[in-house]
Design a binder for this molecule. Structure first.
Ligand SMILES: Nc1ncnc2c1ncn2[C@@H]1O[C@H](COP(=O)(O)OP(=O)(O)OP(=O)(O)O)[C@@H](O)[C@H]1O
Length: 352
């Protein structure tokens, strides 16, 4: 099979990005988790195939590494059409987009990753292309400029964004189907890990899979990455045998804690607690203090910390919850965010 050959050569070259690509599921039925999105998408694709028409444009939103690129590839495969991949930041001028749109073949899927980062003129050209399968090529400058309409082949746009809120409404409204990708449950990540282990030729006992899944921040890309680190550790220190303890030791070495927090997550919490007394503090101040871009903190660290109940976004800024103080081995002040919840839980524990 093609994917297995890809994997063997990727392994031989030791290229992590190639390995990641080779681990991608190729068909919708192989795609693990996101049951609702899968079912909705399957309906959209099947009805398009029955009508022999390209499906509605699809928007996928969710944190990095949840499988948006993978799903876009699956959409093209299921439809039996070619896929063109680009990204918002690459579309700086309308001409960049026109060059792609005018060369699409009938029914082709155009995947635009980070679509919220597309430049304004390209975005406006996309509105017309999505609605009427037409672009206006502007010839000349100033008052003498004229727009020459150019028909393009009907295509399906698949847009991916980590920040759906940043998409202008006219663009958002032109997508017929919006797939909200959520973090994965631990059991789903265990399945992802078992599938990847099979493809990589690794033995992964159930309890070791659980240990890795629990530290993967609900994200398949991270699960696969941690699996490779555990494999490295097992090869060098445990004669290639992966056990729960080997997995835990490897992940501790790579500074991924039992709840899945990595260095950046802990840096954010550490600064928030130790330097700002738990907050509230603004995003940019927090980002400067950890030496990262605000977008990295907002897109990569925060959604997970919020989901874990360790951080809250309030109108006055970011606030650490009482659970965050405890997770970082500190005593929460009595007025810490969510302290009453933690106190109630502690009471229940003591009374039970
Ligand atoms: N549902 C899934 N089942 C199995 N593996 C998955 C699934 N979703 C993602 N993966 C794996 O996770 C990795 C990352 O997926 P992908 O690149 O599609 O994420 P993404 O959401 O597009 O991320 P980004 O937006 O950062 O590019 C892939 O290597 C793929 O093998």
């Amino acid at each position: 099979m093609g994917s297995e050959r890809d994997l063997v050569s990727a392994e031989a070259e030791g290229d992590e990005r190639l390995i990641e690509a080779a681990l991608r599921p190729k068909r919708l039925e192989e795609f693990i988790g996101q049951a609702r999105v899968r079912e909705q998408l399957s309906l959209v694709l099947h009805s398009a195939l029955r009508r022999n028409r390209p499906p509605d444009h699809v928007l996928m939103s969710g944190s990095p590494g949840l499988g948006k690129t993978t799903l876009s590839m699956i959409i093209a495969t299921e439809l039996g059409v070619p896929l063109r991949i680009t990204s918002g930041p690459a579309l700086e001028r309308a001409g960049d987009l026109a060059a792609i749109l005018s060369t699409l073949s009938e029914g082709e899927v155009l995947f635009i990753d980070e679509i919220h980062r597309m430049a304004r003129p390209a975005e406006e050209m996309l509105y017309l292309a999505m609605e009427d399968f037409r672009v206006d090529i502007v010839v000349g400058k100033g008052p003498g400029a004229t727009a020459i309409p150019l028909e393009i082949a009907p295509f399906t746009l698949v847009g991916a964004t980590t920040r759906a809120g940043l998409l202008p409404a006219p663009l958002r409204d032109r997508f017929g189907f919006v797939a909200h990708m959520d973090f994965y449950e631990a059991e789903e990540l265990e399945q992802v890990l078992q599938r990847s282990s099979r493809l990589l030729g690794l033995e992964l006992p159930g309890d070791a899979a659980r240990e890795i899944a629990g530290r993967s921040r609900g994200t398949p890309r991270i699960a696969n990455r941690l699996l490779r680190r555990v494999r490295d550790f097992a090869e060098v220190r445990a004669e290639g045998v992966i056990t729960k303890d080997v997995a835990a030791a490897a992940l501790n070495l790579y500074e991924v804690d039992a709840q899945g927090l990595d260095r950046l997550d802990r840096a954010v919490l550490g600064v928030l607690l130790r330097r700002f007394g738990g907050g509230p503090v603004g995003l940019s101040t927090l980002a400067v203090a950890v030496g990262e871009e605000p977008e990295t903190v907002e897109v990569v660290a925060e959604p997970f910390l919020v989901r874990q109940g360790l951080l809250a976004r309030t109108p006055r800024g970011r606030v650490a919850t009482a659970a965050a103080w405890i997770h970082m081995g500190l005593t929460p002040p009595p007025d810490a965010f969510g302290a009453s919840v933690v106190a109630d839980l502690t009471d229940q524990d003591e009374n039970s």
